[in-house]
Design a protein around this ligand. Structure first.
Ligand code: FAD
Ligand code: FES
Ligand code: FES
Length: 1292
């Protein structure tokens, strides 16, 4: 991204080429001269482009995904002789900031181990525990763990679990990663049998290439002097004393100046400002002091949040508030951010941007902290609140003194956020009170009530504070009086669509005060029924059980072996497209996106962009030599670059090509577009329905029986509506493609799931024959459907740049562009009408599926998945009406389990609604309606092997549903403010193979008997390469390590179909099996004349000599007469249990038990990984991930990790148990197996229903037990609102 820096400085480089090195950093033991590098350059691109260290990955550039984690060690500036060793995210941290860290050393994944040098135990265990799928996140997790072990070689499991709040994995569902990491813990479960290690002994020294016991190599790695850089249009200072700092500030008072400590704020306020003067303050000794004095703990401004937390814990015996403040700070950002960020930068951010919800300001103000502000010639002491009104020009925050609590003083703090990790709060609050106990009463001497997240200026609830003074808190009257005043003064600002609704934030503010009020009283005064308000949800250490059977006699088939290539992933040696070093002359490109949603382009001014430093060309629609569409015929046109009409905000308008990604992105900012014919875009699904904005070919209605009659003649009828939102795929490798012109045409390295389509698109756009386009996809850093058709956009972008300029070119979407330009999982509104009997038996179901397709219906799914509409339930009369909505949003596209996830959700909603209407147990109502063997589905297919009834009853018994429900009922009756719920979701998942077509080739090398496979699927993390290798080894009777699976290309597997719909692995296994059988047949005559037991290598040599063709090829294709006919059905049952904090809406999934029929799993480790990953991705969809659009333009507003939250490691079920059905060979599958990667996701809505049952329990307490719909995503604020919390019901 920031390669620009290296290009921009090239002129200076020449001038200074004879200079002695002055500024050095140490990376993996080696000193590197960075004198001529722009000090603002973040570490990640420096490592990548300058040092060619490709193990460190990047995705978000917001310090929020952890894929770029490295470890930094340096001399502790506070405690001489001690070293600080911390993980940090390298995507933001500037090179220049290393220079002030004494004896620093930066360690990257390359320093740990490699396939050649030997693996570091963390790398090995992560792979062995199946903790990597696409592998993109793996180096980040390894480094994050390494950072922990360097500090605490024998951590506790709790420390391990707490360590990953800044690392995202979209594939695995985290359980295997956590298991791998917990195997290093001193108190880990015996099942996680890894031995403890001596981390120091086991690091490979990058210099000597031998195990290394040093914490650092000797010798300095730092810069010298005060003005380190006067170049690149900036000055970079590194003062050593406060006097020097003040002098620099004074000298530059007119300039735009920034003090650099952790430099993390640019993760939040990106590129908002250009600073000419940068002053790294970390070298100033006086800003690193920590003293525990009689009045409190004084901490200087350079002390990082992590260190501050450590000091607060160290001195926790001095004041009970210190632990509370430490806990509060632990919820800020993530480990990597806290490891470098300081409290001063956080406060300054609040100072600059009043809307910033500074949780540090809240806790400091509540604690009664005093800030010291320094300036040339003086100092000033103030409260955090006063600080906000001080003119900070020329001033510096020096230290904070956090006082000890006085006698009878109490304090607590609360932070309620969309996720339990790495999220900024909806509302945070901290309270400190001095009480005067007096014969059974507790009167308030003074109180401080501080809030964040309400509005720019609301900090103290001053009126309530005043009211409470002198009041006795043991009375309900005081409580209600305070709440009434608080309700009047907490008026949340409702202008920012990215912030939760004002109504919720107000309710939360009142609820948090209530929590504190009860906390003050303590259990003795609070009724047992209300006590649950006091405590936050308790999340114990998570665990998981995986149960499966395998057949050792068939190994490697059915063997739970780790993925091939897993070690390469965990060592960071696996190269994704972005890791390939650019060729000489390679170009980079970035799309300029429309800012409006429904208009015609009037003019595009590219003059400034084309003259920009590093610019090469701007491509517009008129420059495209072939067809301006990235969807080749017969698909409807979707323009690569708009030729005039703008269909959505986020649509590509121009492609900027520069000599670096950084310049290409800068060019984008310089393009000026004017529009005409602007019309209000259709942004919401409701608007589309109201305006009848429908695609004409929505799909075919399905009518079975006479549903209208069946419903009207039923004893009971209901109607309802429920919704399911969009989901961003969140593949960790964003959309990317790289093209190289060759004498053979264009070599296209694509991160795509459908090579054949990409080939057609590129050929069409460039106006060249398909045979001139050689597409290759090696392994993707995740796809989840987003790279089936949408990857063509970047493929065409890169190809056009390469073709038009005849230079290698790449097209990478940064996260924001990816989230704005590319569509998501389709969003839905479902309307239904149902008729049923007294016992809940369904008689007739009518569902209208309003499915948002966005600006193109190319990937329309609405009628294509009616096979899932019944899920596992029988009904004689159905009417399923598809309506494809046309909105001004990016065209939505396939996303893991497309169609099936929403279709199953709506029928589950209907069954839950029926049960509530009849006041029956939904578990029983569902059971009543389950299919039996031999039943016929609405699509007319027989279910000869249907086992769902058996599975259902078995699973309910196995996981003790009846007893647990009793316990839950008791818990709910005893607790007003915490509720639990349990839900069961069965599954019938229909798998049809009819759209699969793949070319598979198996070649045996005559020279040594090794075997090469090429197939038509793409390794996207699902383990296809491992499975085909297992099948090949099994059929040929050879060890897996003789087999190599090569990258998929259009040269070796032309005309192959898409990788998706769960069928790719098994169909390519089928293809490889058939290839092997062809080969065996050819080899048999030779084998038969050789002595029994002839080694494989000799057999192959003999065959080669006998001129046997040692390449077998098989074209897997469907029987066209069978379109839509299921090959088989998968069955499963999921039981989910949730717990809810009624006052806040925070929730956790206490337990999930999945029983899944995977046939005879080809590889249980991989299949369980798929199940866990799919399920957690589904949990994200139902409970966490919400897309937010600008209602005026339709632009995606939460295009980044700060506001869009996929599940983190503590979002997963606390107990996560997976069982693969035993002894379940599938006669209709490949080698008796069944698919695993999508079906389990369809059961993830069980978590939403479990939460819904908990909400129902809360509503029963306020006498509202009627049915209510719960749409997805049911995020924290929606959930709390549904609980009907009213402060007037708060009591002691
Ligand atoms: C991913 C992520 C998640 C986050 N989550 C949260 C969260 O949940 N809650 C929350 O409250 N915050 C959150 N933050 C904000 C975070 O706390 C701040 O970015 C951090 O504390 C800033 O410290 P820094 O040392 O990096 O500041 P820098 O970025 O180095 O500096 C920030 C600003 O402060 C000025 N400055 C620095 N030191 C001084 C000084 N001594 N005197 C005067 N001015 C100074 C600088 O000039 C600059 O303008 C998050 C940030 C990130 C990146
Ligand atoms: S790329 Fe650095 S944290 Fe995401
Ligand atoms: S394996 Fe973690 S993101 Fe793919």
């Amino acid at each position: 991204m920031e390669i620009a820096m290296f290009h921009r400085h090239s002129a200076n480089e020449r001038e200074k080429s004879t200079d002695e090195p002055r500024h050095q950093i140490r990376v993996n033991g080696v000193l590197r001269d960075v004198t001529k590098i722009d000090p603002r350059t973040p570490l990640a691109p420096y490592l990548h482009f300058m040092l060619l260290l490709h193990g460190t990955k990047t995705m978000c550039f917001e310090s929020s995904c952890g894929s770029c984690a490295v470890v930094l060690e340096y001399d502790d500036p506070v405690k001489p002789g001690k070293r600080i060793v911390k993980s940090v995210n390298s995507c933001l941290y500037p090179i220049g900031a290393l220079l002030s860290l004494k004896n620093h050393q930066l360690l990257t994944i390359e320093a740990l181990g490699s396939l050649k040098k030997g693996l570091h135990p963390i790398q090995k265990r992560l792979a062995d525990y199946n903790g990597s799928q696409c592998g993109f996140c793996s180096p980040g997790f390894v480094m994050q763990m390494f950072g922990l072990l360097k500090n605490s070689p024998t951590p506790s499991v709790q420390e391990v679990e707490d360590n990953f709040d800044g690392n995202i994995c979209r594939c695995t569902g985290y359980r295997p990663i956590l298991d791998a990491m917990k195997s290093f813990a001193k108190d880990s479960d015996a099942r996680l049998k890894g031995s403890l290690i001596d981390i120091e002994d086991l690091m490979i020294c990058p210099k000597t290439k031998r195990p290394c016991g040093q914490t650092s190599c000797p010798g300095p790695g730092q810069g010298s002097g005060i003005l380190l850089y006067d170049d690149f249009g900036i000055k970079w200072y590194q003062p050593e004393s406060l006097d020097q700092l003040y002098d620099i500030i004074q000298k530059n008072l007119r300039e735009h100046t920034k003090l650099v400590n952790g430099d993390t704020t640019k993760g939040i306020y990106k590129g908002s400002q250009y600073f000419k003067i940068l002053i790294d303050v970390k070298g100033i000794h006086d800003l690193h002091k920590v003293t525990m004095g009689p009045t409190g703990l004084k901490v200087s401004s350079n002390v990082t949040l992590s260190s501050l937390i450590d000091y607060l814990k160290e001195y926790s015996d001095q004041s009970p508030s210190y632990d509370i403040i430490a806990c509060h700070l632990l919820k800020i950002g993530n480990v990597q951010v806290r490891n470098i960020a300081g409290w001063a930068g956080n406060l300054m951010m609040k100072w600059y941007y009043r809307e910033f919800n500074s949780e540090i300001l809240v806790i400091f103000e509540a604690a009664g902290a005093k800030l010291t502000i320094g300036y040339k010639g003086g100092k000033k002491i103030c409260t955090p609140l006063q600080f906000l009104d001080i003119n900070m020009k020329g001033k510096v925050l020096l230290d904070v003194e956090i006082p000890k609590l006085k006698e009878n003083e109490m304090m607590n703090s609360y932070k309620v956020m969309p996720q339990t990790q790495n999220s900024q709060s909806y509302v945070c609050a901290a309270f400190r009170v001095q009480l005067k106990p007096w014969f059974g009463i507790k009167s308030v001497e003074s109180i401080s009530m501080i809030y964040g997240g309400i509005s720019d200026n609301f900090i103290h609830a001053s009126n309530t504070e005043k009211y409470l003074q002198g009041k006795d808190i043991t009375s309900d009257e005081t409580l209600q009086g305070a709440l009434a005043i608080l309700a009047k003064e907490v008026i949340p600002d409702d202008s920012d669509p990215l912030v939760a609704r004002a109504e919720y934030r107000q309710s939360l503010a009142l609820g948090l005060f209530y929590k504190f009020f009860l906390f003050l009283l303590g259990e003795r005064y609070v009724s047992p029924y209300n006590r649950s308000a006091i405590y936050s949800l308790n999340r114990p250490i998570s665990s998981g059980k995986q149960t499966f059977s395998s057949k050792p006699e068939d190994y490697p088939l059915t063997e739970p072996m780790p993925k091939l290539g897993a070690y390469k992933q965990t060592t960071g040696e696996l190269l994704y497209i972005n890791d390939i070093f650019p060729r000489h002359n390679e170009l980079f490109s970035a799309f300029c996106l429309s800012k409006v949603g429904n208009a015609t382009i009037s003019h595009i001014d590219i003059s400034v962009a084309e003259r920009w430093f590093g610019a090469v060309k701007v491509i517009l629609a008129k420059d495209i030599p072939g067809s301006n569409t990235f969807m080749p015929p017969p698909f409807e046109v979707e323009e690569i670059l708009s030729s005039g009409p703008v269909l959505y905000a986020g649509q590509p308008i121009a492609l900027c090509i520069g000599v670096s990604q950084h310049f290409a992105l800068e060019m984008v900012e310089e393009i000026k577009v004017t529009y005409k014919d602007e019309k209000p875009p259709i942004v919401t699904l409701d608007d589309a329905i109201e305006q009848k904005s429908f695609y004409p070919l929505s799909g075919k209605e399905l009518v079975v029986g006479d549903p209208e009659d069946a419903i009207s003649e039923s004893l009971h009828q209901i109607e309802g509506e429920v919704r399911a939102g969009e989901q961003y795929h969140f593949h960790m490798e964003t959309q990317i493609c790289r093209c190289v012109p060759t004498e053979d045409g264009l070599d296209v390295q694509a991160s795509c799931q459908w090579l054949d389509l990409a080939q057609q698109a590129v050929a069409g756009a460039c106006g060249i024959p398909a045979t001139d386009v050689n597409v290759k996809a090696n392994h993707l850093g995740g796809g989840f459907g987003a790279k089936v058709t949408r990857a063509n956009l970047v493929a065409c972008g890169a190809a056009l740049a390469a073709h038009l300029l005849n230079r290698p070119a790449q097209c990478i979407m940064d996260l924001a562009t990816n989230m704005k330009a590319i569509g998501k999982r389709h969003g839905y509104i479902f309307k239904y009408k149902v008729g049923f009997n007294d016992d809940g038996t369904l008689n007739g179901v009518i569902i209208t599926y309003y499915c948002d397709n966005g600006s193109s219906a190319n990937d329309n799914e609405v009628s294509a998945f009616f096979a899932f509409s019944d899920n596992a339930y029988k009904c004689e009369n159905w009417k399923l009406i598809p309506v494809a909505l046309k909105t001004n949003r990016a065209a939505h596209t396939w996303c893991r389990s497309p169609g099936s996830v929403p279709n199953i959700f709506v029928i589950e909603t209907i069954l839950e609604h029926v049960a509530k209407f009849l006041n029956l147990d939904p578990i029983a109502v569902k059971e009543k309606n389950l299919y039996c063997q031999g039943d016929i589905t609405p699509l007319g297919f027989n279910l000869p092997y249907c086992s769902i009834r058996d599975l259902y009853t078995t699973q309910l018994q196995e996981v003790n549903v009846a007893e647990r429900l009793q316990a839950i009922n008791k818990f709910n009756a005893d607790n007003r403010w915490k509720k639990k719920g349990l839900a069961v979701v069965p599954l019938k998942y229909s798998l049809d193979w009819t759209e699969g077509f793949y070319l598979c080739t198996v070649s045996i090398f005559g020279s040594d008997g090794s075997v090469m496979i090429t197939h038509g699927g793409v390794e996207i993390g699902q383990g296809i390469n491992t499975k085909v290798a297992q099948v090949c080894a099994y059929v040929l009777g050879i060890p897996v390590d003789l087999i190599s699976v090569k990258a998929t290309t259009t040269t070796t597997s032309p005309n192959s179909g898409t990788t998706g719909r769960s069928i790719t692995s098994e169909l390519n296994c089928l293809g490889v099996k058939n290839c092997c059988e062809i080969l065996k047949k050819r080899m048999d005559p030779v084998k038969n004349i050789l002595p029994p037991g002839t080694p494989w290598k000799d057999l192959v040599a003999a065959c080669f000599k006998a001129k046997v063709n040692l390449t077998g090829q098989y074209w897997v294709s469907c029987d066209p007469s069978n379109v839509g006919v299921p090959q088989y059905n998968s069955y499963g049952v999921t039981v989910a249990e949730a717990e809810l904090d009624v006052l806040t809406g925070e929730n956790q999934i206490n337990q999930v038990d999945i029983l899944f029929d995977c046939g005879e799993s080809l590889n249980p480790s991989i299949d369980i990984g798929q199940i866990e990953g799919a399920f957690v991705m589904g949990m994200g969809y139902w409970l966490m991930e919400k897309m937010i659009y600008d209602l005026k333009t339709g632009e995606v507003l939460n295009a980044g990790t700060l506001d869009y939250k996929p599940p983190f490691s503590k979002s997963i079920p606390i107990k996560f148990n997976i069982e693969l059905l035993k002894n379940a060979p599938n006669p209709m599958g490949v080698l008796r197996s069944k698919a695993s990667s999508e079906p389990p996701q369809c059961m993830s809505c069980a978590t939403l229903f479990a939460v819904k049952h908990a909400i129902e329990a809360a509503r029963q307490d306020v006498w509202n037990d009627s049915y209510f719909p719960l749409s997805g995503p049911a995020i924290v604020d929606e959930i709390q609102t549904k609980c009907l919390v009213d402060y007037k019901n708060f009591s002691i």
